[in-house]
Write a protein that binds this ligand. Structure first.
Ligand code: MN
Length: 740
């Protein structure tokens, strides 16, 4: 392992030995459940073997290497609730890869289960994450390995958590790499497994590594507001506490700040400053209920809370009646405090709280480890079945995987009350296809909660959806723009292919019929002549266009025919007048699929080109380079050259509307210098439009100023409105978008 070095500086070895034993005993105490002599013996055996195997190694920090496996094992026991087998495997997790110990040795000493787990863990660390474009394939490899035994995932998460906790001694480059991987794969995995605490800690630590300034700034602000927050919380909960006591509840109330990462996410997605994030903390009420009274008690507490504070009607989340896919159960509401501040209140039972904090492991803490593993089998089976039939390429696979496992789901109902589970963002059309492909194909709209809506309408949790169909309806190309489920996409594409095939036959017959009517032979030569004349790129293209009535053969004057051969000039087009898109389309043929930009799942595969800074709304195309796809604006100064020289490497691209993403754009302006002008312009940019500036430069000479701003905007429209605002400043004489 690269984070170990084989040097032994002079240190107090006796003290170190004592420290190692101390940590080992701490681990033993943390192992849950049965502490029979047999179990203790196994753990001691693993500890001794790991100690011996790693004895020459030290971590980057200079500490003995064995600290790491002990810490990982302890996280497994204490924070995930795993049992002896996992603790043994965690102690040995780096031995096969880093030391002389072989997998066979492990198998002989500890049996098949431990050996299989170690083998899985060793394989994952062999995966090379070096390049962006490899990520999707690696992701698959990792999952393949992880899917063998859920303990591999859990121990890997513990390993990653400890590495993240001790990231400081790594090189900056390594820190960034590890933090990115953590955000990309491990935090979502932890989330999926319901390991809420581990997920938040991984995210926070990643943010600290990637953007230390942001992290420390938020941390500092949270600390600064702590006493005010505490006072607010105690005043807020006082009447609730009294009422709950009067009702005879056993309970605990916590006022916990949200994680730094989630606060930062909110600032980014809602485009607000730290001070504007209203829910910096959540109040959590945990009731000690009998199992059969859990639900009733939670609603009783809800009613007490809302006796004192007005709830926001659209912010009630009942995850007790319908738990989240990862097992999360809780009742959330947001209420108005007397000071006019919205406060999120989470209500749950003790059991629900433990599940929420530690994942399903909490259930099985005091049962056997095998039960625990069994409980996770459901999720694992899902992964396994996806791995067995990967849909096409690795990127699609990641997309589907994330959709199916990582995103939260919504539940919608048929008019008869049957529940359908769909990913967040699913539309009425997705719902229609989910019911039956024929219903999807014939969908013309829907009634959501008895109100007529277009089929592109995104559904919300609890919606009741009635699909309206028509026999005359046929799937349209544009449907692909708003369905989100892979199965609906697939079915639409299939239907479109069928339609095309049918149309092509119609077109072909029409062309043949016309040739005969003109007295020409029906042969390849004549069809090519006709294609060339009508600027069709191929016979198939000709048939298609005729069928779609883009070419009306009946409107053509009958051409001359000589010996059965058509006499028709080749069609001409002035090349300069054609839109670039058409040129590319012609060069690329009709096959190449469209790259959709702005879809976060594809974000690893493309980069926005720095030469023209494309933003959503711009006409763009993708250019394939060895480092991945680069997105350029169609009017990029380099576009013409790229298109003419490397046409085969061009792919169509279009934006998918997602305004939570920000893009860098440059604006240049000039005007007459005046007092306070710099201030006025920066105010316009940062406040009125709520955009983030990256850099701003002003130069003033002889009463004339010139400025250049690089700012993050959402899309072309957003940029345009910013340009208009700047133009409205009287002193400003010219404003234009620049490329760099
Ligand atoms: Mn490790």
């Amino acid at each position: 392992m690269p984070d170990s070095v084989a040097t032994t500086p002079a240190i107090d070895l006796e003290a170190e030995k004592e420290q190692i034993l101390h940590r080992y005993r701490g681990l033993l105490r943390a192992v849950p459940g049965d502490r029979s002599t047999e179990n203790t013996r196994l753990i001691r055996k693993a500890f001794n073997i790991a100690l011996e195997a790693h004895k020459e190694q030290r971590r980057k920090s200079g500490e003995p290497y064995i600290y790491h496996p002990i810490a990982v094992a302890r996280i497994c026991a204490e924070e995930i609730g795993l049992g002896v087998t996992s603790v043994v495997a965690a102690l040995l997790h780096d031995t096969v890869e880093d030391t002389d110990l072989t997998l066979e040795d492990v198998r002989d000493l500890f049996g098949d289960t431990v050996a299989t787990i170690i083998d899985g863990l060793t394989k994952i660390s062999g995966v090379n994450w070096q390049t962006d474009s490899m990520q999707a394939e690696n992701f698959r490899k990792v999952l393949l390995t992880l899917a063998q035994d859920v303990r591999v995932i859990l121990i890997k998460l513990a390993d990653r958590l400890h590495n993240m906790r001790t990231l400081d001694s790594m090189s900056r480059e390594k820190q960034l790499k590890i933090a990115s991987e953590t955000l990309f794969l491990y935090a979502p995995l932890a989330h999926r497994l319901g390991l809420y605490n581990i997920k938040s800690e991984l995210e926070d630590l990643s943010l600290r590594a990637k953007e230390p300034e942001v992290y420390h700034d938020i941390e500092h602000r949270l600390k600064k507001g702590e006493s005010v927050r505490k006072r607010f919380i105690s005043r807020f909960i006082l009447p609730i506490r009294q009422a709950l006591e009067k009702e005879g509840f056993e309970f605990e109330i916590k006022g916990r700040p949200k994680s730094i990462f989630s606060i930062y996410q909110k600032m980014l997605t809602k485009h607000v400053t730290f001070d504007e994030v209203y829910d910096l903390f959540a109040i959590r009420i945990i009731v000690d209920s009998k199992p059969e009274l859990e639900k009733a008690d939670c609603w009783k507490v809800y009613s007490i809370v809302t006796d004192f504070y007005q709830p926001s009607p659209d912010r009630l989340r009942d995850w007790i009646s319908m738990p989240k896919a990862n097992g999360y159960e809780s009742l959330h509401t947001t209420v108005m405090s007397p000071g006019g501040k919205w406060v999120e209140v989470q209500i749950r039972s003790r059991r629900m709280d433990e599940v929420a904090e530690m994942g399903l492991a909490a259930h099985y803490r005091y049962k056997g480890e095998e039960d625990h593993v069994h409980a996770m089998e459901g999720m694992l089976n899902k992964i396994r079945s996806m791995l067995k039939n990967p849909a096409g390429n690795a990127l699609d696979f990641v997309h589907d995987f994330k959709l199916n496992l990582f995103t939260d789901v919504i539940m919608a109902f048929t008019p008869k009350g049957e529940m359908r589970t769909l990913p967040v963002g699913a539309t009425a059309l997705d719902f229609a296809f989910d019911i039956h492909s024929q219903i999807g194909r014939r969908c013309i709209g829907a009634k959501v909660n008895h109100k007529l809506v277009p089929m592109s309408q995104a559904l919300r949790n609890g919606d009741q959806v009635e699909i309206i169909t028509s026999r005359k309806q046929q799937p349209k190309e544009e449907w692909l723009n708003f369905v989100v489920t892979p199965s609906a996409r697939h079915k639409i594409k299939q239907a479109l292919r069928e339609q095309k095939r049918k149309l092509a036959t119609v077109g072909k017959e029409a062309v043949q019929h016309k040739l005969r009517a003109w007295g020409a032979k029906v042969n390849e030569e004549n069809i090519t002549i006709l294609s060339d004349h009508l600027l069709a790129t191929s016979p198939a293209d000709l048939y298609w266009k005729v069928a779609r009535e883009q070419h009306d053969l009946n409107a053509m004057a009958p051409p001359a025919v000589k010996n059965g051969r058509l006499i028709l000039p080749k069609g001409k087009r002035a090349p300069d007048e054609r839109p670039l898109e058409e040129i590319v389309a012609e060069i690329r043929g009709t096959k190449g699929s469209t790259l959709t930009i702005g879809d976060e799942l594809q974000s690893m595969d493309y980069k926005l080109s720095p030469c023209c800074h494309p933003i959503p709304g711009d006409d763009v195309f993708g250019f394939i380079t060895p480092e991945g796809i680069r997105i350029h604006r169609v009017n990029c100064p380099n576009a013409v050259q790229l298109m003419s020289n490397f046409a085969m490497r061009i792919v169509k691209a279009r934006w998918k509307g997602k305004d939570s993403v920000e893009f860098l754009a440059g604006i240049q302006f000039s005007g007459i210098d005046a007092v306070g002008i710099v201030n006025r312009i920066t105010t316009i940019i940062s406040h009125e439009n709520n955009v983030n500036m990256r850099s701003i430069n002003f130069e003033s000479r002889d009463g004339i100023f010139e400025g250049k701003v690089m700012a993050f905007v959402h899309n072309a429209e957003h940029l345009h409105s910013l340009v208009e605002k700047l133009r409205s400043v009287p002193e400003v004489r010219s404003v234009e978008r620049i490329d760099r």
